[in-house]
Design a protein around this ligand. Structure first.
Ligand SMILES: [Zn+2]
Ligand SMILES: [Zn+2]
Length: 564
């Protein structure tokens, strides 16, 4: 290499590195622009119309000629692409901020650029008001609903963001109908109607309920306040107190499994609506939205709500804070790209159920039956032989409540990362416990990952503390905590499609997986019609206690079931 080349090469490399950084930053979001002052107002003057009215005031434009506004194509936690912009109507812009200067109001030109983006020309104004209506008639963890009973909104489906300014602090004012109360994860008083958020991503992480007749019950665990909000649109049969007691037991069990949570208060927002089209559960940073499609009076509905609460509350650690790469901050112009949903959702399935046992709500047999059913669903599904846990995570936008007008073969070619990840968690936990002779567990792996990536990780964005992990990061932490190399497990069962070593894993805690012929059809893929799965000979799976298990295996089983 000549001296000339030696001097030149680093400059070229530096330039290439800068270009790479610049294009990466542009793809994620340009966070270098001076912050705008952004205020949202949502009102509901005619609940029966299902139309929310939204006003967005943006000021501090500093000479910008135009401001682009964008509606997310999807929202976090539910990965199908829904294109929320389709429910936006009557969008217009003006240049009067704050609103009291209404006499000077002037309409500004708006151009629609694509399905999700509107461009407003500022015409020299230092501020822009954007006004639109958004149709909302779905009670769900993703969509929103306004009717004569209540308003329940999830921000991703009602609020546009300012392109290039998703990282700016925002405020929200909720204008409720007379005598309707407002509650969300951030509210601290019944009459509170104005909220501030560090960025748009956290604004839309805050589902809000507005109604005249929800109930609020509270309890404390470790000095943190927990609120159980119930909006019953059917009879309760006196079950509400039982629900609250069960939720408290779950919180205690899960806090003991990982560690005390970071929030000061957490809000469970329950809906019991016999007319709801679908049930749902959605995790948020300091709240969860849970929708049951029946009345609380029905014992099965009560059980379902308790099970969902156990799953969603575990997300407080796993997914909302300890998060795989791709899960925040979000690029809402394209479907999510993440390889870790089998950990984020599958491990949460596993821990939700285990927590019901640790909380004393389930017995051993309930737990074994539930895990065996998941193993059966996976092992009987032809998609399990074709799609790995990682690939399933990447294809979440096809699988997670996506609707398919075109006929697909997904029922036979795909596997859901929920049950797939659950089977991997069962196996991994028991392998770690067994091979380490009880010294380590998946609980330790989760605690260590939470600490290393969330609590102590150098922040990777404006969105939240800590950094996101890759599947490789998780494999490393799991191996370090387990005390043995897990690369073979990950290669065969996580990146590959080989069934995990259930027999070895269950054997360590004195359990057996029993396989027997069964005619009952099950499917682990998305329910998109009867496929090959329902035509094949089936195997029924059952987890049994091995009466001849060693005392060591019994001790290890107790530790696993009780949490230590
Ligand atoms: Zn409600
Ligand atoms: Zn979940």
């Amino acid at each position: 290499m000549t001296p000339f080349a030696r001097r030149r090469a680093p400059r070229v490399l530096l330039l290439l590195a800068l270009l790479a950084l610049a294009s990466h930053a542009a793809a994620a979001q340009d966070t270098s622009a001076p912050a705008y002052k952004i205020s949202y107002r949502i009102s509901m003057p005619q609940p029966a119309s299902h139309l929310f009215e939204v006003q967005l005031d943006v000021s501090g434009l500093a000479g910008a000629e135009r401001v682009d506004f964008q509606m997310p194509r999807w929202s976090p936690g539910r990965y199908a692409v829904f294109d929320f912009a389709k429910n936006v109507q009557e969008l217009k812009a003006a240049n009067s901020c704050p609103p009291e200067k209404m006499f000077a109001i002037k309409t500004l030109p708006v151009e629609r650029l694509d399905t999700q983006t509107w461009r407003v020309s500022t015409e020299g104004s230092g501020c822009v008001n954007l006004l639109y209506k958004v149709f909302a008639d779905d009670l769900s963890g993703t969509f929103s609903q306004l009717d004569e009973r209540h308003a329940n909104f999830n921000g991703g489906s009602v609020f546009v963001y300012v392109v290039g300014h998703k990282q700016d602090a925002v405020s929200l004012k909720v204008e409720a109908p007379l005598a309707w109360k407002i509650i969300n994860g951030y509210s601290t008083r019944p009459d509170e109607s104005e909220f501030r958020f560090p960025n748009y991503d956290l604004l839309i992480d805050t589902p809000t309920e507005v109604a005249p007749d929800f109930t609020v019950q509270t309890f404390e665990v470790g000095g943190k306040l927990y609120r159980v909000v119930v909006h019953s649109l059917g009879p309760e049969g006196g079950h509400r107190d039982e629900l609250v007691r069960a939720v408290e037991k779950i919180v205690r069990a899960e806090v003991a499994t990982i560690e005390p949570p970071e929030f000061e208060q957490y809000t469970f927002l329950f809906h019991f609506d016999p007319n709801a089209r679908r049930g749902d559960g959605m995790e948020h940073l300091n709240s969860t939205e849970i929708i049951e499609t029946g009345a609380l009076a029905d014992p099965k509905v009560l059980d379902s709500a308790i099970g969902t609460a156990a799953h969603e509350f575990f997300h407080n650690w796993n997914v909302k804070r300890l998060r795989p790469v791709g899960l925040g901050p979000w690029d809402f112009t394209r479907p999510v790209v993440t390889r870790g949903l089998w950990i984020a959702e599958g491990f949460t399935n596993y821990y939700g159920k285990l927590s019901l046992r640790r909380a004393g709500i389930w017995g051993d047999e309930d737990l074994f039956k539930s895990y065996a059913a998941t193993i059966g669903g996976i092992e009987n599904s032809p998609g399990s032989r074709l799609m790995s846990a990682v690939e399933s995570s990447l294809l979440a936008p096809f699988l997670d409540r996506a609707s398919h007008d075109q006929r697909t073969n997904l029922a036979d070619t795909s596997v859901s990362y929920y049950p797939k990840g659950e089977t991997l968690a069962v196996t991994l936990d028991l392998l770690i416990r067994g091979r380490s002779r009880g010294r380590a567990s998946l609980d330790d792996v989760m605690r260590r990952a939470y600490e290393e990536f969330y609590l102590k990780g150098a922040p990777d964005s404006y969105y939240l503390k800590g950094r996101a992990y890759t599947v490789e990061d998780f494999q490393r932490v799991a191996s370090e905590v387990a005390g043995f190399d897990l690369s073979d497990f990950f290669r065969r069962h996580v990146y590959g499609v080989e069934p995990p070593p259930y027999d070895e894993a269950l054997g360590y805690v004195g359990l057996r997986l029993v396989r027997a012929p069964d005619a009952k059809p099950t499917s682990a893929g998305p329910t998109v019609g009867a496929g090959e799965a329902t035509r094949q000979a089936r195997t029924a799976y059952r987890i049994e206690t091995d009466e001849k298990a060693s005392p060591e295996a019994r001790t290890m089983r107790e530790a696993w079931l009780k949490g230590s």
